[in-house]
Design a protein around this ligand. Structure first.
Ligand code: GUN
Ligand code: FE
Length: 424
């Protein structure tokens, strides 16, 4: 039995409208799980080891529901394009390079190091279609103490020669080999990753569906991100009633297959209903949607309709791994949408984006994203002392300010499943 506590000003989301704060509170961990947050350490645990972080803030680790590890190399570059041109010009040529495992190791080492030093404790990661490099990424993430899902990407059509998998059979076989090879990992788990409908043949989707049933895997992909993309899907898959239906037809859209779909900028009423019924998670990626001029997803509508949702950075269409930046972008984009596009959908609040970045996205991983009893103990300790201020701020105000002003160097300590991963 391993028990310990950490002490500081603790903030976590109770629900999407309420942030609970405890000044100089204790968060108690037992065998990787949180026993709760207390104003004083309960009598029975008086003797357990406790690290007192003084005036620092303690929050649940943040959850990135959508990020592309191989794209980290060109973050901040080549953004003056829309989705399909951006994929063909910048993304696919870069991802081709991961065929070379030496290059992949060099690039992934940097991604892992930066992810480790960020406030993110869980992530849903796209790798590339290369199984060796993907497996290496997973092993090194696990060694670093990180947790989450990583997917070997599948793509067998409408992709450049050097990146397109040689056949549907090859793609399916490589996927199964990768699944078996990753079976020994415990915190970084595999997730089925058909890139998106345009690059995946129907036969491939069927093969992935068989693997889903055989190994009971979750799935991740892209949905209704860009208008030209949606039009293309309509041409490629005329039997589908909407973009989401093209996944559903192959059993890869929620239900028995826990699924997270990035973007949903243009989901229509039918698609929204389908996501709700099937329990599909939405990864809202506002910075990416701005950079690729995709549009602004109606996150307020999804929240109000009770859909499952979290936030994603979508690096490299998003520039930064910072989930605080993603929270700020979610608020700012929702304000512009409200002002310019649809006054009926009010902007997102601080409480709502903090919920999305913790408990909302965390739900995809089980009991993750809170410091309530029973949740996995993922926590980040932040020293915002370098943000000088003449006023005294409450913990809630300090958290609010971090959404706009957080930097990785403020991170004092990080815990994942009760194990301290920072400082190294
Ligand atoms: N749709 C298909 N592939 C991608 C990708 O790599 N990034 C984004 N943003 N959308 C995609
Ligand atoms: Fe993406």
């Amino acid at each position: 039995m391993e028990r310990f506590a950490i002490r500081g000003h603790i903030c976590y989301s109770e629900d999407k409208n309420k942030i609970r704060t405890t000044e100089h509170g204790y968060a108690v961990c037992e065998n990787g799980k949180c026993l709760g947050v207390f104003e004083a350490l309960p009598e029975e645990w008086k003797g357990i080891p406790c690290v007192d972080y003084g005036e620092k803030l303690i929050i649940p680790g943040l959850v990135d529901l959508h990020v592309h590890a191989p794209q980290y190399t060109f973050r901040g570059l080549g953004m003056d394009m829309e989705l399909i041109d951006w994929l063909n010009t910048h993304t696919f040529p870069e991802e081709e390079k991961y065929q070379n495992t030496e290059y992949a190791q060099k690039a992934y080492s940097i991604f892992i190091d930066d992810l480790l030093h960020s406030s993110t404790t869980r992530a849903c990661v796209f790798a590339t279609c290369h199984k060796e490099a993907t497996l290496w990424l997973m092993e090194k993430m696990e060694e670093a103490g990180l947790a989450g899902y990583v997917g070997k990407v599948n793509m067998d059509r409408n992709s450049p020669e050097g990146l397109c998998e040689k056949s549907t059979e090859r793609s399916a076989k490589d996927t199964e080999e990768w699944l078996l090879a990753s079976a020994g990992l415990s915190n970084v788990r595999p997730i089925l990753t058909p890139r998106f409908i345009p690059t995946c043949s129907e036969e491939l989707m069927e093969r992935l569906s068989e693997l889903q049933k055989k190994y009971r895997l979750p799935a991740q992909s892209h949905l209704s991100e860009n208008l030209s993309e949606i039009e293309w899907v309509r041409e490629l898959c005329p039997e589908a009633t909407c973009y989401g239906d093209a996944y559903r037809l192959h059993g890869l859209f929620g239900g028995d297959c826990p699924t997270v779909m990035a973007h949903c900028v243009y989901s229509n009423a039918e698609e929204i209903q389908m996501m709700k019924e099937q329990g599909v998670f939405i990864a809202h990626c506002p910075e990416s949607n701005a950079n690729l001029a995709s549009g602004i997803a109606p996150a307020r509508k999804y929240l109000d309709q009770g859909l499952k949702m979290g936030l994603g950075t979508d690096v490299a269409a998003g520039t930064s791994l910072s989930m605080f930046r993603a929270m700020a972008a979610a608020i700012q984009c929702s304000k512009l949408r409200w002002r310019i596009q649809d006054e009926s959908l009010a902007p997102l609040t601080v409480e709502e984006v903090f919920y999305l970045a913790t408990k909302g996205g965390g739900e995809f991983f089980g009991k993750v994203g809170s410091l309530e009893p029973g949740y996995e103990f993922d926590a980040v300790v932040i020293d915002d002392g370098m943000l000088r201020h003449a006023r005294k701020l409450s913990p809630k105000e300090r958290l609010e300010r971090l959404i706009y002003l957080a930097e990785d160097r403020q991170i004092q300590a990080k815990y994942i499943k009760g194990k301290q991963v920072l400082p190294i």
